[in-house]
Design a protein around this ligand. Sequence first.
Ligand code: ADP
Ligand code: MG
Ligand code: ZN
Length: 479
Amino acid sequence: MKYETVIGLEVHVQIKTKTKIFCSCSTEFGKPPNANTCPICLGMPGVLPVLNKRFLDSSMKACLATHCTIEPMNRFARKNYFYPDLPKGYQISQMEHPLGTKGFINIDVDGKQKKIGLTRIHMEEDAGKLIHGENLGSPGKSYVDFNRTGVPLCEVVSEPDMRSPEEARAYLTELKAILEYTEVSDCNMEEGSLRCDANVSIRPVGQKEFGTRAEIKNLNSFKFVQKAIEYEVARQAKILDQGESVKQETRLYDSDRGETFTMRSKEEAHDYRYFPDPDLVPIVIDDAWVEEIRKTIPELPEQKRERFVSDYEIPEYDAGVLTSSKPLADYFEQCATQFPQPKIISNWIMGDLLRELKKDGKEIGDCPVSPSALVALLKLIDAGTISGNTAKGVFEEMYQTQKPASRIVEEKGLTQITDSSAIEEIVDEVILANPSQVEELRGGKDKVLGFLVGQIMKASKGKANPGMVNKLLKEKINR
Ligand code: ADP
Ligand code: MG
Ligand code: ZN
């Protein structure tokens, strides 16, 4: 049986603010346990929450950047459940009146644009964190850190519009880029400011109704989202193939084993007894307020991508990679203003630069080679001072040592040989040393050309101008 995968994602995003959602405690990450707490976020009796306006403004920005309609009447609701990391016994969230509804995000699927619907974006507070004693050398004990309680979150709920793990990943990448471009979140996944629950089901191809879904909770990297969905699809297919049915349940992903496992079944699901929070007034958002926020939205990834294609005349693929993060796009543009050959810049960034960063596990913000340093290298190639091939080695050294390109070229004597008589000498040597290959080339076997050019480049220690080598070699052989 052939199945189609159906995926809907729920993403929790920490909105960047100095203080928490309903009190003036700091949101700073990495503070000693319970340093960022007060009677309000500790849920003491008699206190009253007051909504952080910055948070509301940023949440509206996230809604507008994802084409959501802002609800004019917003209400907070209490979501009741007991857990030791939730001091009030309820979480303040939104239920019937979420901030944004009916948005969408465009993703690229095999070169075509696909719209992924957003059901809703709502505001809520985060819970605390339990630390179990096993990890602290005191088994049998558990500790609670309330620094996270009351940290402001937006939950972004998608429609079940995705059809493969790759589409899910593309959606997350685009959502993250939008949130970073609008600066509403730093989307730092290690610090938990972006977490994802994946709802996954499958159905026989051609069937209209959705299959029963499993929800995989708390995935904290894009790779895990993709792997967990892949595992889940295979698991469900096996169940259906055996003529059995998938149970609706909540599952967790074990990244060490690459498997999902049951957390709780539908029967164990909570009844949250939602009701409007009487401590918080409803918020009425008028058009003027919406328009004021709309004005603060910068150029978004999709628009930047289109502009890169039209202004710099680079392929769509390149534009997609370069705009995947704003700092990367800025890096490219800074290079392009100094060196107006955008495709060459793009090749260097997408190839050598991103490869080095990836090897180091670094982001573009930590790149040891600045845009002007890269441009200086490209100018050396352009002027014929060094060959493109030599430049690759120079770039690696620039990355390691932060020395300017010109100094590396000078210190290592890498200046390209463009003196044709010097190159001719080497060409002659190589022709003499490889008589059989030369015969083959004369006989029309073009493949040998690459070999001979390689030998000449090697003999020149990579310094001969490749264009001149090719030209001289051909001249001599055809003679
Ligand atoms: P809950 O609140 O129990 O998580 P929702 O109805 O809000 O349930 O749905 C949560 C997510 O599940 C949404 O992202 C939605 O797109 C997705 N979803 C709903 N039905 C399915 C399904 N059959 N297969 C995959 N995803 C689904
Ligand atoms: Mg859910
Ligand atoms: Zn507080």
